[in-house]
Design a protein around this ligand. Structure first.
Ligand code: ADP
Ligand code: ZN
Ligand code: ZN
Length: 804
């Protein structure tokens, strides 16, 4: 019976979320599977395009007229049926195309055009046998889609039997790393007989024979070379004589090579145990319940996660744990690996493509049962999930900025429904959305109200910088904070200092005419960089020299305003010449592994002060840190965004939580020009619950989330009026579908109206219940492709995290 394959095709300007049907030629009928990529003819010209098989079905009579699948691109499915189903839901949910979602789920190396190699993976298959299917000269650069169907069929079968493997070539570096193992073929009994035939002066050969005779277990070839100080040639000649066998085995790149000291589960306190019991009950009863674990910093949330994961593993299930971003992962990865060792796979953007691919395959082959990773790890091809955990669930990095604009929390929820397993959202400062849902019993609230060992929360002191400005002029360090740093230096304790750099800092302004140097392409001021001695745009990368005179009035009084971490570091070093300072910001952490190195140095006591941007606020757990200073708490408050108070509160609470985590009491100084602002006052007592109530009231007044849903549509074009016109046209189309209750803001230019020479116009819709909205917006998405040729880019963002 003829088969048809339903295929989501990759055609940039003619996207649709309905699959196209293709006939499966008889030769491919055995090989083709859902989740494979295929090449299919498309359109009038029968152009060859790539597509994903999302369904296989029996062809009806009518469908025999269809075009046929041309060839397979994979010899095994690259996506599971679960992920295929997820992609369909995701496209609908985030107003994006299903092909974009499918591609997002794959590791980079599989997305781009890399050459592929075919390798024998099982010694039962001889090269001659493989050569009968595929000539040897094409093993190193092989294109499955150009093979004949019978070749594809034969190779698919070998692949299914694990006799061959496909290797992706990245930047001329073999994708899988392979090493030689040496296996002895002789025994102690053979030694004398063999030695008798070896020349007396061939010392190395004699050593090798002795080693092989006494070591029946196999050894890594390089290790053997080192051990006996012999060359590969010696080993090879040993092979020729039949003393040993060399075998190529695959070795995974392990980005976390250090061996982790194994840790044992801690004895939980009452609150931890109560929280864990609820989660494990849901694991045991296969219930897709979402929990919100609200626990003050240092209350032992991580231990609850680890024991929940252990429970899932004990029930032969797997676990997925998401962490916000790379800066946070080193300590978290250490803790998870310390508990679960080799069962853990790690996925995050700091890994090379090759490392990521290795980890991805370990998961796919069921070699890892615990996956830890940043946002996109939510698509890890892990099966049989027992629990999903999202740490620091309020973090904005869980929302993707580009299509598909998904929130990892929603994707995780979908997967939990699919696997009938619980989802644990953890935070000291939950997002208002999540906290509100637990108020309505949609999520179940679990609370950890005190720190482990009853350590008090650190003492927080607010320093009013308005008064300081009057008394001592503009400065970065108030006397109170300086004294506290000095004290720590004398006591041999450590300090963490945070410079809040979100927003507009360190620009150049003329004191005579007020001129500010701006980027010629974007609507923002350029930032001073001392390392490169230049002015840079953080949006488009534009760079120019630091002006010596004002370009506008030629005055020499052109000065530097605001503060950058570099400048603060200099100032700090001048103030405390004996202090050992580490700086952590985008500039010092650009190199791979730099984060880890800085934190390791700080953790081992090689520095007194860690100075950094927001990236030091989260998750760090250093027992010798007793002082935290926030140099400028305000920049985030001034941003034109309804979440600015929430962000400020979260940031201050988190960074304060870095102090006094062990037996020593912690102290926190927050320098601010807005000492009376409720976000700052409530951060002082770290009273999340009070903040939640106050902020909910304000959101209610302003008709913002979580009381209203929000949807943002943005148009971008090189010409301002075209971007604006497009937004008015979109609005005209939407309005008839909306009720009186929907609130429409705009069209307006975005707060940063021009970026990379493009103008941005947006509308924001606030709504509670609009049945017509989803369909109308989906239609706008479909039609947006027609505009593409005119250069208009349309972005649709449901529940945007930022309105900037
Ligand atoms: P959180 O993630 O809530 O900030 P952590 O999980 O980092 O808190 O816990 C803070 C510290 O307390 C860690 O050093 C951790 O090892 C320790 N800890 C956690 N739970 C226990 C426990 N039940 N008994 C003893 N120490 C614990
Ligand atoms: Zn720019
Ligand atoms: Zn001037």
């Amino acid at each position: 019976m003829a088969q048809i394959a339903k295929v989501i095709v990759d055609v940039p300007t003619m996207q649709t979320n309905s699959p196209y049907s293709y006939l499966v030629p008889d030769q491919l009928a055995q090989a083709i599977q859902v989740g494979m990529r295929v090449v299919v003819p498309f359109g009038n010209g029968n152009r060859k395009v790539q597509g994903f098989v999302v369904e296989l079905a029996v062809a009806s009579h009518f469908e025999k007229q269809l075009k046929s699948v041309e060839s397979l691109m994979d010899l095994e499915p690259v996506l599971t049926k679960e992920l295929i189903a997820l992609s369909g839901w995701l496209a609908d949910e985030t107003f994006s195309f299903q092909i974009t979602c499918l591609l997002t789920m794959l590791p980079n190396v599989m997305r781009a055009k890399y050459s592929k190699q075919i390798r024998i993976a099982d010694s039962e298959l001889t090269p001659t046998e493989l050569a009968q299917i595929l000539p040897e000269d094409s093993w190193n650069d092989f294109t499955p889609e150009q093979l004949t169907p019978s070749q594809q069929n034969a190779l698919t079968r070998l692949r299914r039997q694990n006799k061959i493997e496909i290797v992706y070539q990245v930047k001329n570096q073999a994708q899988t790393k392979r090493i030689f193992q040496v296996q002895s073929l002789i025994t102690l009994a053979d030694e004398e007989k063999i030695l008798a035939k070896v020349r007396k002066n061939a010392v190395k050969m004699q050593q090798l024979v002795h080693y092989l005779a006494t070591h029946p277990e196999s050894i890594n070839q390089t290790a053997l070379e080192k051990k006996l100080a012999i060359s590969v040639a010696t080993i090879k000649s040993g092979e020729a004589k039949g003393w040993l066998k060399r075998k190529q085995v695959e070795q995974y790149r392990d980005p976390y090579k250090e061996t982790h000291t194994r840790t044992q589960p801690l004895h939980l306190n009452e609150e931890q145990q109560a929280a864990l019991n609820q989660v494990t009950a849901a694991i045991h009863s296969s219930k897709a319940q979402t929990f919100l674990l609200e626990g003050v910093t240092g209350s032992g949330k991580t231990e609850v996660y680890l024991q929940a994961i252990a429970d899932a593993l004990a029930h032969k299930k797997t676990a997925l744990m998401l962490v916000p971003e790379i800066a946070l992962t080193p300590q978290m990865v250490t803790r998870v690996k310390g508990r679960f060792g080799k069962q853990v796979a790690v996925l995050h953007s700091g890994l090379s493509d090759g490392e990521k691919f290795d980890e991805w395959r370990r998961i796919k082959r069921h070699e890892a049962q615990v996956v830890v990773g940043a946002r996109s790890a939510v698509f890890a091809p892990i099966e049989n999930i027992g629990v999903i955990i999202i740490d620091e669930e309020h973090e904005t990095s869980y929302k993707q900025d580009d299509a598909p604009r998904y929130h990892a929390r929603n994707v995780a929820q979908w997967r939990c429904m699919f696997h009938h397993c619980p989802l644990v959202l953890g935070s000291a400062t939950p997002s208002l959305e999540s906290r509100a849902r637990s108020e309505k019993q949609v999520y179940r609230l679990l609370r950890l109200t005190h720190r482990i060992n009853g350590q008090p929360l650190p003492q927080v002191k607010i320093v009013d910088m308005r008064q300081e400005l009057q008394k001592n002029g503009s400065q970065n360090f108030s006397p109170a904070l300086s004294d506290a740093i000095e004290q720590r230096l004398q006591l041999g304790q450590q300090s963490i200092l945070m410079l809040n750099r979100r927003g507009f800092s360190s620009f150049i302004m003329c004191r005579d005419c007020g001129f500010v140097l701006k980027c010629p392409n974007c609507d923002i001021s350029l930032t001073l960089h001392m390392d490169s001695h230049s002015m840079k745009c953080h949006y488009c990368g534009h760079e120019e020299a630091i002006p010596k005179v004002c370009p506008n009035c030629k005055s020499h009084k052109i000065r530097y305003y605001g503060t950058g971490t570099e400048k603060v570091e200099q100032e700090l070093q001048e103030k405390f010449p004996e202090a050992r300072i580490l700086r952590m910001d985008v500039d010092t952490t650009r190199r791979k592994g730099a984060h880890e190195r800085i934190l390791q140095k700080f953790g081992s006591g090689d520095a007194d002060i860690l100075l950094g941007t927001q990236m030091i606020a989260k998750g760090l757990d250093f027992p010798n840190v007793t002082l935290v200073g926030v140099l400028n708490a305000d920049t985030a408050l001034e941003l034109p965004d309804f979440r600015s108070s929430e962000r400020t509160f979260q940031l201050l609470t988190q960074v304060s939580g870095r102090a006094g985590r062990a037996d020593k009491l912690g102290e926190v100084f927050i320098q601010t020009f807005n000492p009376d602002h409720y976000a700052i006052q409530l951060a002082k007592t770290q009273n999340y619950e009070n903040f939640f109530r106050k902020e909910m009231y304000i959101r209610h007044q302003g008709k913002y989330p979580p009381y209203y849903f929000t949807l943002q549509i943005t148009a971008a074009h090189k010409e301002e009026n075209l971007a604006a016109q497009k937004m008015f046209a979109v609005l005209d189309e939407l309005r008839p579908q909306l009720s009186q209750n929907a609130i429409i803001l705009g069209p307006t230019p975005k707060p940063i109206a021009r970026v990379k020479n493009k103008y941005y116009y947006q509308i924001v819709i606030k709504y509670k219940n609009e049945p017509g909205l989803h369909g109308a917006v989906t239609k706008i998405l479909q039609e947006s492709q027609k505009n593409y040729q005119k250069g208009i880019q349309l972005a649709i963002d449901a529940e945007p995290q930022s309105f900037m």
